[in-house]
Ligand binder design. Structure first.
Ligand SMILES: *[C@@H]1O[C@H](CO)[C@@H](O)[C@H](O)[C@H]1NC(C)=O
Ligand SMILES: *[C@@H]1O[C@H](CO)[C@@H](O)[C@H](O)[C@H]1NC(C)=O
Length: 410
């Protein structure tokens, strides 16, 4: 009897603990268009400090895949657009998978191959024509290697594949892309892989800062909007964008497809004409987003679907072309210090080990860093009062249980 009870209690206690641990599952994009990033070994604590359990690469960097062995972090590896034509050949795909995926399994948990990035919105019909054949041949190669149950195949689209996105219920794909997208959606159904979209409310704000409410795009308290057709209330633009994609999928008959947000983020710095690109706004966007993901609520149209979101990006990438904002999406500076304080805690970071040290700042090898954005020491691990309360609650419940258990045994 005593044994039974104590076993029950232990189960209960571990249940409580695992409840605390589950928290959330944040994904992060690990882009490396830079010449000043830390070694992959030094990136592991950074990834863990934000509670990211999933990492998306834009390639299949062997150094990263090796370094993250046995960390439990899940990986999406990518085939760049320049590979699409070649990968239509199943032998070529098989060779690539053997050396870039199979070689790291199972120590490195590669679960997805992303074939091409934003291919359809380049409007390059010959490139677009290669996309599905490449996805199919990569999947066939996985089947032949016996890996298709553990590794899925997908491709990331720009939100620009939508021809209309407002109101969300009127979301629809660009008419000229429907013929091309439909067989890709069939592929997702057939292989049970997710549909990926890159969604940036920042672009909408940058495009019309006078018309778009900053609070609405930054997940700050605001009145929000009501979709007149569905009567659903939206208090942030990202959810409106996601539901527009759900509506577009539903309108083609793909109501059940899994949708993941493969990129979203906010730059902490931009050019004169890039409204809103500040550390304060980036902190609000990414900090609020991560809290939202942790809350495990879905969007108004899909309230019961967990948000599956990859933040863009881990690092500021100094060699990215384009406007200044492009090089300033990182949560971290190249020296490993936070680009700004996210105001999230280690619990949001899905880890009960609160006392883990702030990741060590690495020597700053970059010359172009903004010297006075000195947020380096704030770190991600400061415990908010709410979080503390949660710990204290769980702590005292456990203490009571332990005393109870001891008194039973005596
Ligand atoms: C592709 O075509 C669409 C629709 O015709 C257009 O809105 C978009 O700007 C084009 N994109 C590029 C990169 O040319
Ligand atoms: C929690 O953090 C500790 C220390 O940083 C680390 O060793 C451990 O792997 C982390 N656990 C999870 C589930 O991320």
């Amino acid at each position: 009897m005593v044994m039974e009870l104590s076993r029950l209690l232990i189960l209960f206690i571990s249940g409580l603990l695992s409840h605390v641990k589950i928290g959330t599952s944040i994904g992060i994009n690990y882009g490396q268009i830079a010449n000043n990033l830390p070694t992959p070994e030094n990136v592991i604590p950074l990834v863990k400090s934000i509670g990211a359990t999933r990492v998306k690469l834009y390639d299949a960097d062997p150094k990263v895949l090796k370094a993250f062995a046995n960390t439990g972090v899940e990986f999406t590896v990518s085939l760049g657009n320049e590979y699409l034509a070649k990968m239509r050949d199943p032998d070529c795909a098989k060779t690539w998978i053997k050396s870039n995926v199979q070689a790291y399994l199972p120590a490195t948990k590669i679960t997805c191959i992303n074939v091409g990035n934003e291919v359809l919105t380049f409007n390059d019909t010959s490139l677009s024509g290669c996309l599905l054949p490449a996805m199919e041949s990569v999947h066939t190669a996985l089947v032949n290697l016996g890996l298709d149950k553990q590794v899925s195949v997908t491709t990331a689209h720009s939100l620009g594949v939508l021809g209309s996105s407002y109101p969300p219920s009127a979301g629809a794909f660009r008419k000229d892309l429907v013929d091309c997208i439909t067989p890709i959606l069939d592929f997702h159904v057939k292989t049970a892989s997710p549909f990926l979209i890159n969604a940036y409310p920042y672009f909408a704000y940058k495009g019309s800062p006078k018309q778009v409410s900053l609070d609405f795009v930054l997940f700050q308290p605001n009145q929000g909007i009501v979709d007149p057709a569905s009567n659903l209330h939206y208090d942030n633009m990202l959810f409106a964008q996601i539901d527009a994609v759900y509506a577009a999928l539903a309108s083609l008959g793909y109501k059940k497809l899994l949708l993941h947000i493969s990129e979203t983020g906010w730059p902490s710095k931009g050019d004169e004409d890039e409204a809103g690109a500040t550390p304060e706004n980036a902190k609000k966007y990414n900090g609020n987003l991560i809290k939202l993901i942790s809350s495990k609520k879905g969007t108004p149209m899909r309230p019961n679907c967990d948000l599956n979101i990859y933040v863009f990006a881990l690092f500021n990438e100094n060699l990215k072309p384009g406007p200044t904002s492009e090089r300033n999406y990182g949560l971290f500076k190249p020296d490993g210090s936070p680009a700004y304080s996210l105001g999230i805690s280690a619990v949001t970071a899905a880890n009960t080990t609160v006392a883990s040290p702030t990741p060590p700042a690495l020597p700053d090898t970059s010359s172009g860093n903004d010297p006075d954005s000195g947020s380096g020491s704030t770190g991600y691990l400061s415990i908010s009062s709410a979080t503390k309360a949660r710990y204290e609650f769980v702590g005292s419940v456990m203490l009571v249980l332990v005393f109870f258990l001891i008194s039973l045994l005596l």
